[in-house]
Design a protein around this ligand. Structure first.
Ligand code: ADP
Ligand code: MG
Length: 703
């Protein structure tokens, strides 16, 4: 059998049926797939516990116990029927329990015999019990070839573990290895291995499944992470070279009347230095003849929208259409309202297109876009539908890009034969190398300055006991003519409960803040888009004082008169989400406040998160902290949805060092052989193609 293409069904003990199951459940079809399916952790199989050593602290962990069977019994009836086996050693006794496969296990248990028992201990009234352990006789255990004592644990699915038994995939790999080991060829050029200290591929794969020692496991992990990230980097960098040499970017040579009139007469405030700098960066990108791919990072409230709008006007002045895609209906409508208002009196036609656009609005927009009459289009995902055909789209803005998947971004990209310039904006700061891994080849601009006159938002953490105080505070602010947001968490898994909390909260507030003095609005995902919008509109106009909402308002909503953001069950939000929500206030000149409400009992991590929020307003610092607190935290979520390919072992957020090294390696390799066409680089070319995700969709220059 050959690596990597050999069909897994030929491995002893697999066959057609199990092979099909493996493919269905884990996407494993070939020897290569199987060998690149890595253990998610390793356990030490040289450590054998005695009963007394297994304390409650070890509950739920995987341990090994050596003990003799003293008796067996059946208990319970019907679905609760179980088979129990009593075992003991010199230090005490324990109980093994099976709820399924009872017949099978019964046949294998012999009273008086000694077994090696492997499983997760639990305690019932201080009695040690292990459910569904893996067992073998001591003779079997001693004859087993244990290389180092470390055994990989593979994640599996329910269907797989009932078919393959408790040892599951480990056995499959054991049977597969001798069949394919000889045919594993290393694709990495020896010079690269030498320079970066990479162990040979075969050795790496072997040690990942059968670690010879912790050190060799570490080397193996390093090697394979390096491979994956190098593949990614080779892809990104070759695309970049292609982009900057292909010379097919639209040219915006003119700064014309629209831009100039807007700048001189319409912009209601002086631009910050950072805004001006970014506009200059974009402007110089668009006169080079290369297509622009730029990520704009700027904290919430830093004024990214203005930068986007002015860049779009550059496109318009040069005879092109521009569009801006926002992740929610509310946000798209708000952008549309802002833009229309600001452009009032200028000869620019702006249109909006969202999922809930009425037939008439939709038809007008579609026709205008196709004819070129509409110069600026603002909308949601609706923009990427096939029906939307631009006449000459030259500039695309994606707001809050982390809310969109790769494919959605890619589809906007492919609207033109010639790719438009792309500006993607985010308030979640991501280090550059990481951003490149996520979004491909791009340049990064940063707005690192808030508009002047903003007072830092004061953030406090209250527990539920302080609710009266909170209400008093809200009254005080409303009396000053300000407005208040009250936000509830909402996640799918606990949606029912979350809505209950929201409705109860809304009722409590309506009761404590009665009409006509206080107008309270509610806005959540179960409302019709039109109702949501109407309720937002009443809050925006100042007619309503309090808006009770779910995190639908998280992104980008702009109500400068709102000065208080109350976040209920704040411990349930991630740091970057909390920061985004807080960014909804502090947009005018008034002192603003963010109140984080939580119960008394908090995990250490939640406490640290809420504490960090009270301490700093700096989104970049919070993002760093989030990384520390949660490993990869929110960025990791973004990662999963944002990447065009699967990484099996590398984690770009945690393997930052390897990422940097592979970037250098890729630069060096491509400098010597830009197309990877040298015979010695064929393996690298394959590696590059594997991680470019190009076979899935043409992501080639997606930002
Ligand atoms: P974000 O970067 O979070 O998208 P916005 O673009 O929504 O921020 O801007 C936040 C608020 O700041 C808006 O009300 C906007 O009009 C205002 N703003 C933007 N730029 C400036 C500036 N240079 N001076 C004063 N206010 C500004
Ligand atoms: Mg914004």
């Amino acid at each position: 059998m050959n690596y990597p293409d050999g069909d897994i069904k030929f491995v002893p003990g697999i066959g057609e049926v199990r092979a099909r199951l493996l493919e269905k459940e884990l996407g494993i079809r070939t020897a290569g797939d199987m060998l690149w399916y890595f253990p998610y952790r390793y356990i030490d199989r040289t450590k054998i516990y005695s009963v007394r050593e297994i304390t409650e602290e070890l509950s739920g962990t995987l341990i090994q116990l050596r003990a003799r069977v003293t008796g067996t019994a059946y208990a319970g009836v019907g679905r609760k029927r179980r088979f129990t086996v009593s075992v003991s050693d010199a230090t005490g006794s324990a109980e093994l329990v099976w709820f399924q496969g009872i017949k099978w296990i019964e046949k294998r248990i012999e009273v008086g015999r000694e077994y090696l028992i492997f499983g997760r201990p639990a305690f019932y009234r201080h009695e040690l019990s292990i459910a569904h352990p893996e067992i073998e006789t001591m003779e079997q255990a001693l004859s087993r070839k244990v290389e180092s004592g470390m055994q990989g644990i593979y994640s599996t699915t329910e269907r797989l573990s009932s078919t393959f038994g408790t040892k599951g995939l480990y056995t499959v790999i054991c049977n597969l290895w001798p069949l394919v080991a000889e045919s594993i060829r290393d694709y990495m050029p020896p010079a690269v291995c030498e320079k970066y200290g990479l162990v040979p591929l075969r050795e790496a794969l072997y040690n990942l499944h059968f670690p010879q020692s912790p050190e060799r496991l570490r080397q193996a992990q390093y090697r394979l992470k390096f491979d994956e990230l190098l593949g990614v980097q080779l892809g990104i960098q070759s695309r970049r070279t292609e982009r900057v040499t292909r010379n097919n970017g639209f040219l915006f040579p003119k700064v014309g009347p629209v831009f100039t009139d807007f700048y001189n007469e319409k912009v209601p405030f002086p631009l910050t230095g950072a805004q001006k700098r970014v506009i200059r960066e974009i402007r110089s990108d668009t006169v080079t003849g290369c297509q622009m791919n730029r990520l704009l990072q700027g904290d919430v409230g830093s004024g990214k929208t203005m930068v986007a709008l002015m860049s779009m006007l550059l496109a318009v002045d040069n005879g092109f259409q521009a569009c801006m895609m926002a992740p929610t209906e509310i946000l798209a409508r708000q952008h549309f309202a802002t833009v229309t208002r600001m452009l009032d009196g200028l000869p620019v036609r702006v249109s909006i297109l969202t999922g809930s656009s009425k037939a008439k609005e939709r038809r007008a927009a579609l026709e205008g876009i196709a004819s070129g009459e509409v110069q600026l289009l603002i909308g949601t995902h609706a923009l990427i539908e096939d029906k939307v055909q631009f006449r000459n789209l030259g500039f695309v803005v994606i707001d809050e890009q982390h809310r969109f998947g790769v494919e959605q971004r890619a589809r906007l990209w492919t609207k033109n034969a010639r790719p438009p310039h792309m500006l993607v904006m985010t308030a979640t700061p991501i280090p550059r190398t990481l951003a490149m891994t996520l979004y491909g080849d791009l340049d990064v601009s940063v707005i690192d300055e808030l508009p002047p006159g903003r007072q830092p938002i004061r953030t406090y953490h209250y527990t539920d006991a302080a609710r009266l105080k909170l209400f008093g505070f809200m009254r005080g602010e409303i009396a000053k003519g300000r407005q208040v947001y009250v936000v509830y968490p909402m996640i799918e898994e606990s949606e029912k409960m979350d809505y209950k909390n929201l409705f109860e909260g809304y009722e409590a507030i309506s009761r404590d803040f009665p009409l006509p003095e206080y107008v309270t609005e509610v806005c959540h995902g179960r409302m019709k888009p039109a109702d949501k919008e109407a309720s937002m509109a009443r809050f925006k106009s100042g007619e309503a004082h309090i808006l009770v909402a779910t995190s639908v308002i998280e992104v980008g909503v702009d109500v400068p008169n709102a000065t208080v953001m109350v976040i209920e069950s704040a411990e349930r939000f991630g740091l970057s989400q909390l920061h985004q929500l807080r960014g909804r206030v502090g947009r005018g000149g008034e002192q603003s406040y963010c109140i984080l409400m939580s119960g008394e009992k908090l995990s250490r991590e939640s406490r640290a998160r809420l504490g960090a929020m009270c301490e700093t307003n700096d989104g970049f610092r919070l993002a760093e902290l989030d990384l520390k607190l949660r490993g990869a935290g929110d960025i990791n979520g973004t990662l999963q949805s944002g990447m065009a390919f699967d990484l099996k072992i590398a984690n770009p957020t945690q393997d930052a060092q390897i990422l940097t090294r592979t970037r250098e390696a890729a630069e060096e390799i491509l400098q010597a052989d830009p197309t990877l066409s040298a015979p010695g680089n064929r393996g690298l070319l394959e590696l590059k193609n594997r991680y470019s995700g190009e076979e899935k969709i043409d992501f080639s220059q997606i930002s």
